[in-house]
Write a protein that binds this ligand. Structure first.
Ligand code: 1GP
Length: 230
């Protein structure tokens, strides 16, 4: 299994969104730990390949977060495989994974794979709509998922996903208090350093996406969380 435990800050690039060469250079030469390519809508083999090719010119580790079987592209350092545990649709637990293994299992190097236990908490996000995730979770529910992910499924990563909106710090904190070795990743709605810091106080890793396309300078400032004590 690929080890992402050293990643405190991730920039997530959406292959469906255009990004200028200058902006890409700023993102890839920043102090971020890694670039993840992933999205929910209009992710194709072609736009994933093109973005990978452009990001590969820099020395950052680059991972593909899998959402569609038809956009699996070789040549990434790591493959992040989400399983959305609060979706009632098994497609998003193991259905896409089953199809991926059936088609590509013989080609997969499992040393490059990271399995992520996702909890989707924003009902209005694309991922929330697609997976129909049960997003109205209490703190106790989030704690229960944390226990399930770490002690039962024994997944290396718990990903609290608020994609597009800033989440409830108390829920992130509650999950962090349950987890002792599963890596807690937070993503969603981070637009500045203060928000990044508030989440990074509890989550081991924060993911910054949208703001790259809306306000690049604010996005770049979020890497300063790496100066926080772990
Ligand atoms: C999305 O968690 C990431 O998968 C980041 O969310 O795009 O809202 O920053 P944002």
């Amino acid at each position: 299994m690929y080890d992402i435990s050293g990643w405190r800050h991730i920039f997530k690039l959406d292959p469906a969104k255009p990004i200028s060469e200058a902006a890409l250079r700023a993102v890839c030469t920043s102090e971020t730990d890694a670039i993840v390519i992933g999205g929910t809508d209009q992710v194709t083999e072609s736009n994933v390949s093109q973005l990978k090719f452009r990001v590969r010119r820099y020395s950052k580790p680059v991972a593909l977060e899998l959402s569609h079987i038809d956009s699996i592209v070789p040549g990434f350092d790591a493959y992040l495989i989400p399983t959305v545990l609060n979706s009632p649709d098994v497609t998003y637990h193991n259905g896409i994974l089953f199809d991926a293994l059936k088609a590509y299992g013989h080609l997969i190097d499992f040393d490059d794979v990271v399995f992520e236990g996702y909890i989707v908490l924003n009902p209005n996000s694309k991922v929330g709509e697609v997976t129909q995730a049960k997003t109205h979770l209490t703190i106790e529910d989030v704690e229960t998922y944390a226990q399930m992910i770490e002690s039962m499924y024994r997944l290396p990563v718990m990903y609290i996903e608020y994609s597009g909106t800033y989440g409830d710090v108390e829920k992130v904190k509650a999950a962090a208090e349950i987890l002792s070795h599963t890596q807690l990743v937070y993503g969603g709605g981070i637009t500045n350093l203060e928000e990044a810091q508030a989440m990074a106080t509890h989550a081991h890793t924060i993911v910054v996406g949208n703001i790259i396309y809306e306000d690049l300078n604010q996005a770049l400032k979020t890497v300063k969380i790496k100066e926080l004590p772990e």
